[in-house]
Ligand binder design. Structure first.
Ligand code: ADE
Length: 235
């Protein structure tokens, strides 16, 4: 999968070079490039924002640098033979991100992310590109971040671990929270490792019993109980 990210804080996204995603890039499973939006400004102050039409607080990101940036990124990818891209714009006003959305994005060959800052990006940018390619405005939750970078990192991490070969043992994707299939609609059961007693707290006996059917039943009960307490909306 090819991933391009455009941001005024490219250093923010350095974390994407670490851990599972770093290895996925080293293994050639993910080809990730981060671009500095200010490359496509032409004034001395490298201006990317301006005051909002209609008044109000804050600043809005200007459409011109975004248009130049996205044209350049899309042209480069097409010239390299990539099929059509999907543009993702993180915004608290977007559609809520969830595991089915992560799976859907994981099936795409090429994702381009446009990280907004301030009060957001001039709406004409999303409207213009929607005439040329699929565009999705996505929110990672009902709270407001100062910019799209952290949201993009969350989306990319959720998407990349679904790509074949990125997670070493694909079985670990089956029983986790929000996975599709038999565990759908439940958050994950609690997990334990050695030692069997830590600070006076013992691992539940059933997990040491070696009785697979009882373990499976206990985990399912725990998942249901946890879902009822933490996420009654899912039941
Ligand atoms: N940018 C600011 N807040 C956001 C959120 N909750 N989701 C996605 N992008 C954002």
């Amino acid at each position: 999968m090819r991933i391009d990210v455009v941001s005024v804080f490219p250093d923010y996204l350095a974390g994407l070079k670490l851990s599972l995603l770093g290895r996925a890039q080293a293994d050639g499973l993910v080809d990730l490039a981060v671009h500095d939006l200010r490359q496509w400004t032409h004034d001395r102050h490298r201006t990317v924002d301006d005051t909002p039409y209609g008044g109000g607080p804050g600043m809005v990101m200007k459409p011109e640098p975004w248009g130049e940036a996205l044209d350049a990124v899309l042209e480069r990818g097409s010239a390299a033979g990539l099929p059509s891209a999907r543009l993702v714009v993180p915004t608290p006003a977007g559609r809520r991100f969830d595991q089915p959305t992560a799976q859907r994005l994981a099936d795409e060959p090429w994702l381009v992310f446009a990280c907004g800052r301030y009060e957001g990006i001039d709406q004409r940018v999303a409207d213009h590109y929607a005439e040329r390619l699929p565009v999705e405005e996505i929110s990672i939750g009902d709270y407001v971040l100062s910019g799209g970078e952290v949201a993009v990192m969350a989306i990319i991490e959720a998407v990349a671990r679904l790509l074949p070969g990125v997670v070493g043992n694909p079985e670990s994707l089956v029983e986790e929270s929000h996975a599709p299939g038999e565990w759908s609609g439940l958050v994950e059961y609690p997990v334990y490792t050695k030692p069997p007693v830590w600070r006076g707290l013992a691992v539940p006996d059933v997990l040491l019993s070696g009785h697979h059917a009882n373990v499976a039943q206990w985990r399912r009960e725990q998942a249901r109980r946890r879902t009822a307490v933490h996420r009654p909306d899912l039941l």
